[in-house]
Design a protein around this ligand. Structure first.
Ligand code: ZN
Length: 165
């Protein structure tokens, strides 16, 4: 039987400083809102910065993984549930805190009536937030149930990650 590897981990990942490769924008947003992790993600990130930073780098690029010396996670699967499972295995705690998924800024609770005025339509939620940096408004709606379900699936998902020095 051939077992496929979902990820390869180099070194000991420290979640206090994370670069997410430009192809993994979905993951960058998810790490911010669900785990409250500080993620550096820009579509124009230069290869040089990604290859030399001492921070953890998360990528699907095998070439980048090969030239990295510092902690790196190489995903070999496109399965979002497995990506999140890998972060839970690395010690990330779901729903402990949240940062703005768009810019990584701090979120502040706001009254949902105030949030409705910002977005210009009714919000069917009693929990609303505003980003202190980019002013984007967030609330817990149907998308939040999808996020919760994905985290539940990830908590029990079986993944195979190889660890190397
Ligand atoms: Zn923001």
């Amino acid at each position: 039987m051939v077992t496929s590897v979902d990820c390869v981990v180099r070194g000991s990942p420290d979640l206090s400083c994370i670069y997410v490769d430009s192809m993994l924008g979905w993951l960058a947003k998810f790490l911010r809102i669900v785990f409250g992790l500080r993620v550096i993600y820009r579509p124009d990130l230069e290869d040089r910065e990604l290859s030399t930073t001492p921070c953890l780098v998360v990528t699907m690029d095998g070439e980048l993984f090969k030239i990295r010396k510092a902690p790196t996670v190489l995903f070999k699967t496109g399965d979002h549930v497995k990506w999140i499972a890998a972060f839970i295995h690395m010690g990330a705690v779901p729903f402990a805190r949240s940062l703005c998924p768009t810019c990584g800024g701090e979120l502040a609770r706001v009254d949902c009536r105030e949030a409705e005025q910002s977005v210009g339509h009714e919000i069917r939620s009693s929990q609303c937030w505003r980003c202190m940096s980019c002013s984007q408004v967030y609330w817990r709606g149907s998308h939040w149930r999808r996020i919760t379900k994905l985290v539940e699936e990830a908590s029990t998902a079986e993944i195979i990650c190889l660890h190397i020095d």
